[in-house]
Design a protein around this ligand. Structure first.
Ligand code: F6P
Length: 361
């Protein structure tokens, strides 16, 4: 098994569940370190038994380590001063066969699941398990990690309320969500924010200015605006860069842009309030998983082992309604965005949330 992509609360619950249910069947389980790096590089996989997973259920992160820069189909190799990418997928398949593995369980987001599907098409027996705090994978109702991130972001909105109110300020909270605004929207509703800006609804500044002034007129001289990192003004580009090449050790610092852009636009129009921006960033990914994420991760892990047992490969586990089902990995990379005409946006408006779009006149 391996964990790939950004870490997420609940990964250790999956790892523990896979180990407990597989070892309980008399199987041997090994973990590869740092996502697909551990599969491509000649690093011996770690034997995982009950001792290795004891006490990890409530720990954030992943005991196996992870990486989002190790795609075996586009694997980075240093070439002088630069990096080139090469396809090492055949080597991976050969290595796993040589090591005698019967199956590979890949726990990750859309990138990891696409790689898993690519390896499955080449004949590797692969089972996928979806994770992301963004909750933007189309073939599962919920991904584990989202509930924890949502709780942390909601708490942050609540904390901003008291300080915003004390200083009569407009406070913007930027949360993760490069392409999808689920985290921002849920936290805005659950935290009782006054506006939310999401990638799916390009915003204009005037409705926000109106909201701030109307609130002040009604005696509420502070406002809280939740901003997803991928939100952009109408006609403007998002301020987050796509993850660049598979260059190890080179990060792009991309958080903080969307909140600052919105704050600067507001500052051009609003001079009667001070404006402050807080970036929640990776805090939403860290810490102990909620009971919901521990449970969902545990269910995913057990079901993944059942799929291996039944020989159902090139599939991932997914929550459908109240059941954990198997869905083809070929669907796994489809993104589920917030439906701008959907129920939650409609209810958000009814609850007084401003989205900064035409619907607000
Ligand atoms: O994919 C999950 C996510 O949380 C995105 O919302 C965000 O853009 C990204 O991870 C940031 O990841 P990192 O900075 O760790 O590479």
């Amino acid at each position: 098994m391996l964990t790939g992509g950004g870490d997420c609360p609940g990964l250790n619950a999956v790892i523990r569940a896979v180990v407990k249910s597989a070892v309980g069947r008399g199987w041997e389980v090994f973990g590869f370190e740092d996502g697909f790096f551990g599969v491509v590089e000649p690093i011996p996989p770690i034997p995982l038994g009950f001792d290795e997973v004891r006490g990890i259920l409530d720990r954030g992160g992943t005991i196996l380590g992870t990486s989002n820069k190790a795609n075996p189909f586009r694997y980075p190799r240093r070439n002088g001063d630069s990096w080139v990418e090469e396809d090492r997928s055949d080597e991976v398949i050969e290595r796993l066969r040589r090591l005698g593995f019967d199956a590979l369980i890949c726990i990750g987001g859309d990138g990891t699941l696409q790689i898993a599907h690519g390896l499955a098409k080449k004949g590797l027996p692969v089972v996928g398990c979806p994770k992301t705090i963004d909750n933007d994978l189309s073939d599962t109702d919920v991904t584990f990690g989202f509930d924890t991130a949502r709780s942390t972001a909601t708490e942050a909105v609540g904390r901003l309320h008291t300080t915003a109110e004390s200083h009569d300020r407009v406070m913007l909270l930027e949360v993760m969500g490069r392409t999808a605004g689920h985290l921002a929207l849920h936290a805005a509703i659950a935290g009782g924010a006054n506006a939310v800006l999401i990638p799916e609804i390009p915003y204009e500044v005037e409705p926000l200015v109106r909201m701030v002034r109307e609130r002040a007129k009604a005696g509420q001289s502070f406002s809280i605006i939740v901003v997803a990192e991928g939100a952009a003004p109408k006609g403007g580009a998002p301020s987050v860069a796509e993850s660049e090449t598979a260059t190890p050790g080179r990060g792009v610092v991309r958080l903080g842009g969307a909140g600052r852009v919105a704050a600067d636009l507001l500052a051009e129009r609003i001079t009667e309030h001070e404006i402050r921006v807080t970036v929640l960033g990776h805090l939403a990914r860290g810490g102990t998983p909620t009971a919901y994420d521990r449970l969902l991760g545990s269910r995913f892990g057990c079901r993944a082992v059942e799929l291996v047992e039944d020989g159902v490969f090139d599939h991932m586990v997914a929550l459908k309604g109240s059941e954990i089902e198997a869905v083809p990995l070929s669907h796994a990379s489809k993104t589920r965005l917030v439906d701008a005409d959907g129920e939650l946006v409609r209810f958000g408006r009814q609850l007084g949330l401003t989205f900064g779009d035409e619907a607000e006149g």
